[in-house]
Write a protein that binds this ligand. Sequence first.
Ligand code: NDP
Length: 325
Amino acid sequence: NLVAVTGATGFLGAYIVRDLLEQNYRVLAFVRDPYNQEKLKTLKSFDPTGSKLTFTGGDLETIDYEKELKNVNYVIHTASPFKYSSPDPWGEIINPAINGTLGVLKAASKISTIKKVIVTSSGLAVYDIGTKKPEINDDDWSNVQDPINQPYPYSKVAAEKKAWEYIKENNENPSTNHFKLVVINPSYILGAALSPLVNASVATIVRHLTLAEKPRNVAIGVVDVRDVSRSHLIALENDDANDQRLLVSAKVVTFKSISDSIVQLFPQFKFNTNTLNNEDPEPFIFNLKSTKLDKLNFGQFIPFDETLKTMTKHLLDLKIINPEL
Ligand code: NDP
């Protein structure tokens, strides 16, 4: 089976490529610049003989998906602009997110070998940061409405909604309904990257640990990157996941408690957690329930302390953070 993975050089994408290769899938990795050998190094190390992994790519909005996805059996679409602000929120974040997702789905409807498309949406399409709803599950939708000030969550909601609209219509067309959609909604992803690149979610924690920014005392769902990768493979292999939206979240914590835990786990940090305090009021802690994953026998999530240990060790080893501050 040949699986296309978009955003393959990303924090999550690299794990998915590695895990697929380990399960003996052939992988077609979509990367922004297939000629940037430096950026492909990590991915190439997963397939030293070069027999199972091939590359293609380009910009999300200009790829000829119909040509590039030929003969593919599954698509895992993780690529999406991941930054929280931009001088051009529509051009840089929202439109590429929507057009990339629609580009993949439209091509899939024309390529009869494709059986399933798995789109990586976000927990931020399920709940808003600062929500006051006590119980949240896979059926909830966030209410983000400000594309200019919240372009990233807006882009994830917009792209996911377009995907569901598209597949609903496509399912009714017997000449193109040969493939299924699964959407994965991971909460805030942390862990040790497989390459030296620091993505936007880990970068926020790095800013807290380098005292460049105070961690907000707001509640968020968190999950280990290895579990998010695993959820994509489960979605690919399990027909019960078809047409589902899968919230993938291990625990609810606050940004402040993440820094507190890291400082406790790594006594070499010289600053104490009071340095990290800010004026935020007490957070509203909600419950996030991955009801659909339970039914797919996902099993246990990696304990969050373990996620923090592997991530922080990686950041210390690469000298991205300095505990002597
Ligand atoms: P990364 O930034 O590491 O990955 C994003 C990937 O998308 C990168 O490979 C990037 O390419 C690619 N990409 C972005 N814009 C374009 C573009 N215009 N053209 C081509 N490729 C593009 O972040 P993550 O791995 O964390 O994110 C992966 C997915 O998971 C995203 O869809 C993100 O929204 C989603 N997600 C992430 C969460 C998190 O906390 N990390 C939480 C929930 C969802 P390049 O490597 O060249 O920059």
